[in-house]
Design a protein around this ligand. Sequence first.
Ligand code: 6GU
Length: 226
Amino acid sequence: MSFRIDIISLLPTLIESPFNASILKRAQQKDLVEINIHDLREYGQGKHKQVDDYAFGGGAGMVMLAQPIFECIEKLKKERVYDAIVYTTPDGARFNQKMANKLSLLNNVIILCGHYKGIDQRVRESLITHEISIGDYVLSGGEIAAAVISDAIVRLIPGVLNDGSSALTDSFQDDLLAPPIYTRPANFKGMKVPEILLSGDSKRIDEWRNEQAIEITRSRRPDLFS
Ligand code: 6GU
């Protein structure tokens, strides 16, 4: 069964390019994933296709209206059952590899990109199943976060990476950072590749890589050991 992601955004052009290159592009060409980008503006009402308004109670910044979001999501839901409706927002749960792994096991996912001051709270309470932030900093919109989340999910779908095992050996996949890697030449400007990697002894190489991964994790990200 193929994976489908529907991304709902006020700035659809902002998210197109990451999906039209490299691994994400090839995944779509191989029909392993279908990515659809929806322009929320098309669901706005009136001459100006209104999608936002002032916040009740005052305060700076516009709030995304419930009506266009409801209409867009209701239309999608008529066509298929969605396993997750994600909203990208800096006050969401912090995205990590575990969440990417879980989401990659689903089939139909909507990602609603937040904008301006955010969306009407009633959308969050009645439609959204997952609220996700990609880190402790503020982006001008949820589009780049949606691209990050989609990339992390899609590369885990079986068949997307050429070497099926490589997604499992990534940093974070076993709560360890990745060990150093080298390619030719074995001696570059006097800087030599560790001898062990040239030995052909795959058991000792695996042990070395594991020791390196543990040491790098200990020095850079001791929090991953807890
Ligand atoms: Cl998901 N959205 C925005 N606007 N800023 C963020 C974020 C999301 N994650 C981290 N910063």
